[in-house]
Design a protein around this ligand. Structure first.
Ligand code: ADP
Length: 497
């Protein structure tokens, strides 16, 4: 592995102090006094000691969020909320490089990629700032006897519990915070235990932006304790969750006790369909990066690569060649194209699937193993992997691996590929590669998933809704309806006689 670190591996935030919880505008230790270490997945080094929030801390954060919601925050006008969100956007822009470094250190994302996304990340915060100014209800004509005025008012839903994963901490944190603020909600955000640093740093930026105490609270801690308490807390009105479908199911059950509103952005096993008439020079890197992006740790990764039989051998060989040439290494190196997996657990899980694939009879054309030579040995590195001879019923074709593993499957006709692409419990993403616009349209319409890309993959915009069909969840992030999910509708029936 070549290491050519271009970025500062020692941001000021990592000053050796214990990172505290952000509750009611203050930095506090966990009530039970616990801490946990967060490590660099590229080197195994400990980055920081972080306070381990538990049920008591979640209770304090929820109480602070409730006080803020019932108190001063309630009177903030849309333009005041907009200004605060814009102030946060400015601070995220100003400290963008540092935030990207924290993401890379904590979970491995190649900085060469994230550093280019400044406008996308800051732009999505600004998008929600605009949304703060466009919340409106409706007046309704009624047929009641007498003189009545009827309307539907929109009100913030209340206290939101946001539970986020580790695969994109910066983006997940700013999205969850800015949509909640746009709607006039308050929130308690629980980062993933694998990657709490960027969310905690964003807590500091919230303070600097002038967001009032209690409106945003950030409690680092573990899923089974802090996360579970948040999901079950009787005074939380809504849970906005992004993560695996197994955890999503637990949260749905836990939230049933107080019948919370939920939005669930869960996992996937997305089909990426390559027709023989596609522009293969574009489709090869497109299909490879549909999965190898972020080392496959993306919920909508296009991991089931369906290839029309006439080009199957050639196409699979070319994608494998692309994978074999990728620069895998420490994400701080600007030239790195694929970083490590986030944790030892994730490494064990992905390598187990590599073994399962081989046992099931699939052939790894490239990759298929952990990388252990030299500096790789200290981190959680797996080679970009392309399996061929995959059949629909193999576990590597059915289960979400969340690693850089493509399952290449041949197909013959449109009907054949559409029914097999839809034969999954998930429905998050999907891709179609063809130069025939009619075929692209027909196939895209028949894929049962929340997003279908044509001649592209993993392209997102804050104005375009993103979310799942089937067990990939419900609710949409982005788009004009996202804020609606943080609002209540109140009917007002006024006797004017
Ligand atoms: P992964 O398995 O890839 O780590 P998860 O879906 O388990 O993904 O984690 C996503 C988020 O859900 C993390 O913040 C994690 O702490 C949290 N979480 C895990 N288990 C629970 C739970 N039982 N209740 C609430 N949150 C949880």
């Amino acid at each position: 592995m070549t290491t050519n670190p271009m970025f500062n591996a020692n941001p000021a935030f990592l000053d050796g102090t214990v990172k505290k919880l952000f509750i009611d505008g203050c930095w506090v230790e966990a009530k039970a006094g616990g801490t946990f270490d967060t490590t660099n997945p590229a080197t195994g080094e400990i980055l920081a000691r972080v306070s381990e929030g538990g049920a008591q801390d979640i209770d304090l954060a929820v109480a602070a969020a409730r006080r803020a919601f019932e108190g001063p925050w309630r009177n903030f006008k849309p333009d005041q909320r907009q200004n605060l969100i814009l102030a946060l956007a400015e601070l995220v822009s100003k400290h963008y490089e540092e935030l990207c470094i924290l993401d890379t250190l904590d979970m491995g994302m190649p900085i060469g990629r994230s550093i280019q996304n400044r406008e996308r990340v800051v732009g999505s915060i600004r998008y929600y700032a605009a949304q703060a100014m466009s919340i409106h209800g409706e007046t309704i004509e009624n047929s009641l006897d007498g003189e009545f005025f009827t309307c539907a008012l929109k009100e913030p839903i209340g206290v939101v519990g946001a539970i986020i994963p580790w695969n994109s901490p910066l983006f997940a944190t700013v999205k969850k915070i800015s949509v909640a603020l746009a709607a006039g909600c308050t929130l308690v955000l629980k980062p993933a235990e694998e990657a709490p640093l960027t969310p905690l740093r964003i807590g500091e930026l919230c303070l600097e932006a002038g967001i009032p105490p209690g409106v945003v609270n950030i409690v680092s801690g573990f899923g089974e304790t802090a996360g579970a308490r948040l999901a079950a807390h009787p005074d939380v009105d809504k849970i906005a969750f992004t993560g695996s479908h197994f955890t999503g199911q637990k949260i749905i059950r836990a939230s049933a006790g107080s019948v919370k509103s939920l939005s669930m952005e869960l996992g996937g096993k997305s089909p990426n369909i390559i027709f023989a008439d596609a522009n293969l020079d574009k489709a090869v890197p497109g299909a490879a990066m549909a999965t190898f992006n972020n080392a496959g740790q993306i919920c909508c990764a296009g991991t089931r690569m369906f290839v029309e039989r006439s080009i199957y051998d050639e196409f699979v060989a070319r994608v494998a060649e692309f994978g074999s040439r990728m620069r895998v290494g420490n994400g701080l190196d600007i030239n790195t194209q694929m970083g490590p997996l986030v944790s030892a657990e994730q490494l064990a899980r992905v390598t187990e699937y590599l073994t399962i694939g081989a046992q099931e009879g699939a052939e790894a054309v490239t990759g298929g193993q952990r990388l252990t030579e030299g500096a790789y040995g200290k981190g959680n590195f797996v080679a970009p992997t392309v399996f061929r001879n995959v059949t629909d019923n193999m576990r590597i074709a059915r289960e979400e691996i969340f690693g850089p593993v493509i399952s290449a499957i041949p197909f013959d006709t449109i009907d054949d590929v559409v029914s097999r692409a839809n034969d999954t419990i998930f429905g998050l993403g999907g891709g179609v590669w063809t130069t025939d616009v009619g075929k692209a349209h027909k196939v895209a319409r028949r894929i049962r998933s929340g997003t279908v890309w044509v001649n592209a993959y993993n392209v997102m915009d804050p104005s375009v809704p993103f979310g799942g069909y089937k067990m990939s969840g419900y609710g949409r992030e982005g788009g004009i309806h996202h804020v609606d999910e943080y609002l209540q509708t109140k009917a007002l029936i006024l006797n004017t006689d």
